[in-house]
Design a protein around this ligand. Structure first.
Ligand code: 5GP
Length: 354
């Protein structure tokens, strides 16, 4: 047994130190980034935020709405080929260029991506997604996918340590997805005792990935737009969001009405309802590692996205980053023991002028 003594940090442990800036307004900030990749010859430009491939979040409707903001959606893996066909035939290239196909590591998944890529050559990204990216089998599956789809942008995860990021990149990943246990509806840390504070995971994994010309996605743990700024500030190239995008018309969660109020169900992909829904049973050897929660229904996603992007632009202004790409270079984190002042609760002021 070993203990690592140096402190590992989460988003709530830091703030970003303001820096002298020549920017006059947040409208001068450019959030678009231009990417080229270690293996794939494709290029991609856009705002490097990704809607998570959870079944309630990574929907075709979400991809359609978020493509208008140049934001990516990782489509969940439960759509049938028929549903993909209908989506692809009815979507212009701009939408398809903002889509990531998610798969697990089964042979069926492998055959399915072949069929989806045959339906459209416009889709650039695929993401091999497993809860625990530390297995030998995962590495060999990744190699097989890289051999078969040599020109696609391949993301793989999840891991949280530099040595495994290197291993995944050397096995064919362009981008490594980082995060074990930080998610809003994840109970892995409680169930298993395993995890890694997300900001430290980002800092260490980004360093490892960038050293090999790879990139990382920070996946999970962002609760407010300031956390997204911290993830980018820590070196993340992309940031994946689940909970922050839940409760919208584009989501597929069940709507619950209670008196005047509308809610939507949101649940972890390893929660009991998700396991029941997709495997039809609860395996005796598996514990649930996800929660079910009820979130307020917030209507269409546009307002939430504008709020997130506004927060991110403002963060860039505070440190003098004219482009999102400069945010990491201009970030100094300070360790803190307080975040916001909680003396008052938020008042929902949306109807204040009625
Ligand atoms: P959030 O943005 O909600 O904090 O985190 C979203 C991420 O949580 C997802 O992209 C996924 O990686 C992770 N996640 C989703 N469902 C579960 C679950 O049931 N268990 C665990 N351990 N992680 C989950």
């Amino acid at each position: 047994m070993r203990i690592e003594e140096d402190i590992k940090l989460g988003f709530k442990d830091v703030l970003i130190r303001p820096k002298r800036s020549t920017l006059k307004s947040r409208s001068e900030v450019n959030l678009i980034r231009y990417f080229s990749f270690k293996y794939s010859p494709l290029k991609w430009s856009g705002i490097p935020i990704i809607a998570s491939n959870m079944d309630t979040i990574g929907t075709f409707q979400m991809a359609t709405s978020l493509s208008r903001f140049n934001i990516l959606t990782a489509i969940h893996k439960y759509y049938s080929i028929k549903e993909w066909e209908i989506f692809i035939n009815s979507s212009p290239d701009n939408i398809l260029e903002h889509v990531i196909i998610s798969i697990g590591t089964s042979n069926l998944d492998f055959e399915k991506i072949k069929k989806i890529f045959l339906l459209s050559s416009k889709i650039k990204y695929l993401c091999i997604d497993v809860a625990n990216g530390y297995s030998e089998f995962f590495l060999s599956f990744l190699k097989k996918v890289r051999d078969c789809f040599s020109d696609k942008i391949i993301c793989a995860g999840n891991v949280v340590t530099g040595e495994m990021v290197e291993e995944l990149i050397l096995s064919g990943a362009d981008i490594v997805k980082v995060g074990i246990g930080p998610g809003s509806v994840c109970t892995t840390r409680l169930k298993t005792g395993v995890g890694y504070p997300q900001l430290s995971a980002i800092i260490e994994c980004a360093d490892a990935a960038h050293g090999l010309n790879g990139q990382i996605i920070s996946d999970g743990g962002c609760a407010v737009s300031g956390d997204i700024a911290k993830a980018f500030g820590g070196g993340s190239d992309f940031v994946m969001l689940g909970g922050m995008l839940s409760g919208h018309s584009e989501c597929s969660g069940k709507v619950i009405e209670e008196k005047e109020n509308k809610f939507m169900l949101f649940y972890g992909m390893s929660s009991i309802p998700a396991m029941q829904r997709y495997t039809g049973k609860i395996f005796g050897y598996r514990a649930s590692e996800g929660k079910v929660v009820k979130v307020p229904f917030r209507g269409e996603i546009d307002k939430t996205i504008r709020d997130i992007l506004g927060g991110l632009r403002s963060a860039c202004t505070y440190v003098g980053a004219q482009k999102l790409k400069e945010l990491t270079k201009r970030t100094t984190f300070i360790r803190v023991s307080e975040q916001e002042n909680c003396v008052f609760n938020h008042f929902n002021a949306s109807n204040i002028l009625d």
